[in-house]
Design a protein around this ligand. Sequence first.
Ligand code: GDP
Ligand code: MN
Length: 349
Amino acid sequence: KEVPLALTPNDPNWDSDLVGVAPGPRMNATFVTLARNSDVWDIARSIRQVEDRFNKRYNYDWVFLNDKPFDETFKTVTTSLVSGKTHYGEIASEHWSFPEWIDQDKAKKVREDMAERKIIYGDSVSYRHMCRFESGFFFRQPLMMNYEYYWRVEPSIELYCDIHYDPFRVMHEGGKKYSFVLSLYEYAETIKTLWDSTKKFMKNHPEHIAKDNSLGFLSDDGGETYNNCHFWSNFEVGNLNWLRSKAYTDFFESLDHDGGFFYERWGDAPVHSIAAGLMLNKSEIHFFNDIAYYHVPFTHCPTGEKTRTQLRCHCNPKENFDWKHYSCTSRFFELNGMTKPEGWEDQVQ
Ligand code: GDP
Ligand code: MN
C-alpha cells in the first residue's frame, strides 16, 4: 500500500505527540552538530525545537562532533533531549589544523590585517579550522560513514513550524543531493580569490561539471565572476555520498591546496554552494519552503497564511528574508522556473 509522504490536517495523528506515528519508511540519516562544550545550552535550545517540531515523531540519530573531548554535562544534556541515538566524536587533529603547505607567517599577517579592518571572525584561527572542517571533513568522520543523509543543526537556531513529513525522504524520493532554506550574498572580502580557484578547478576537471548546472545562480556573466550568492549552510539537509564523491573531494582538495581557508577566510557556505551549483544538476538542489528557520540574523518564514496556521508557525511573516533584496532566493526561483508564492511582492524591501 502506498504510504503518503506527508500527514494532512484531517489525519487523526496530525496533533499527536506520540512517537512512531510518522508515516513511511525510515531513511538512513542523522542530525549532525559541530559544537564546543560551552555551546551546550545553546544547542540544547536547538535540539528541543527540532524534537518538538519534527524528530519526536521520527527519532533520527544525532552525531555530535568536537575538536576536543565532549564533557559529561554536554553528553548528559544532549542525550536526554534527543529521541534517537546520540553519538559523540572527537575530530582527528589533521582535520582541525594547518596543512603543511600553509605559510604560517603569511596566514598570521592576513589575520592581523583582517582584525584591523574589523572583518567578522577575520582574526580567528579556530573559525578558519571550523570552516575548513565543515567544507572538507565532517562527512568523512568515522561516525558519519554509515549514514547516507545528514541534517546540520547549529546552536541557537529556531524552527518555527511543525514539519509533518520526513525531509530525508523528500531528498531520497526526489533524487535531491543538497537543500537550503536561506540564501544571500557572501561578504566579498573573505573570499577574494575563491572564484579564481574555482575557475582553475573547472578547467582541470571539466568531467566534474554537471550538464544542467546552476552556474546562473552563482554568476551573472557566464562564469567570469562570482556574484557571491550562496546557500546558508548553517541549515543543510544533504546527501553524504555526494560529499564523499570524487567530484566533491577533488574540489575540496584543490581549494585546500590553494590555501584560501587560511590566506583569506573562505566559509563553508560558499564552498558547498559553489560545489552544488556546478557539480549537481538543477533538479538535485531543493528549497524547503515549509521548514521555517532562524539563525541570527535571518529568518525564513513561509509565505502564505494558510500554511502558517496549519503548521502552527510562530514566526512573524514580515521577517521573512526570502524576497528582500539581499537574498538570492528570488534568483534561484527564476533560474529554476519556479513560481514565487502569492504575496511575495509585498515583502520586497
Ligand atoms: P557563525 O554561524 O558563522 O557565526 O559561526 P558559529 O559560531 O555558529 O560556528 C559554526 C558552527 O561551528 C557551530 O555549530 C559552532 O558550535 C561550531 N564551532 C565554531 N567554532 C568552533 C570550535 O572552535 N570548536 C568546535 N568544536 N566547534 C566550533
Ligand atoms: Mn552559527
